[in-house]
Unconditional design. Structure first.
Length: 176
């Protein structure tokens, strides 16, 4: 967002430097997370392209972005559909998260290094008081992200951010 330009003040200008495919992927991801596209729902490229007035290739690229993110799956002769997570899918994600977190806590940490995890834990404990899964789940993910963050690796942080997207989706499916 731009708040200031030389010689004048400009407020509330949001720059979106994303491709059309990324914007379609973001919109589909939002629809999936809101439950408008439920697990198992097919994603019809031609219908979506027609309704948005864009090419099927752009839609295909958008859906491939979601496939990499674990929200949709391609099946031969059936096309793309919203992932209906299996028990094994959930175990695999938790196994990956466990490996990273165990690696992060093996090394003794200073109080300063532990501060982000402590703050995230306090926020999680406050969320537990609400007894609202919509409040608790994001705080729990924040806490686990803070633990993994102690590894101080941009590559691992990027990988974990993708894992969190998949976990967020799975939690939504499980709770809804």
């Amino acid at each position: 967002m731009i708040d200031y330009c030389v010689g004048m003040t400009v407020h509330n200008i949001m720059l979106r430097r994303t491709s059309t495919a990324q914007q379609v992927a973001d919109g589909l991801a939002d629809a999936i997370m809101r439950g408008e596209l439920t697990p198992g729902s097919p994603i019809k490229e031609s219908a979506l392209a027609s309704s948005l007035g864009i090419s099927r290739n752009t839609v295909r690229e958008a859906v491939r972005i979601l496939e990499v993110g674990g929200m949709v799956r391609y099946t031969l002769h059936h096309g793309f559909a919203v992932v209906d997570p299996s028990h094994d899918d959930i175990l695999e994600l938790y196994r990956a998260r466990l490996a990273m977190e165990v690696s992060a806590v093996r090394v003794p940490r200073t109080s300063e290094e532990l501060a982000p995890a402590r703050a995230a834990l306090e926020a999680l404990m406050e969320a537990y008081q609400t007894k609202d899964p919509a409040e608790i789940a994001p705080r729990a993910l924040d806490f686990h992200t803070a633990i993994v963050g102690m590894l101080n690796s941009k590559q691992i942080d990027a990988f974990y951010a993708q894992l969190v997207k998949e976990l967020r989706y799975l939690l939504r499916v499980l709770f809804v």
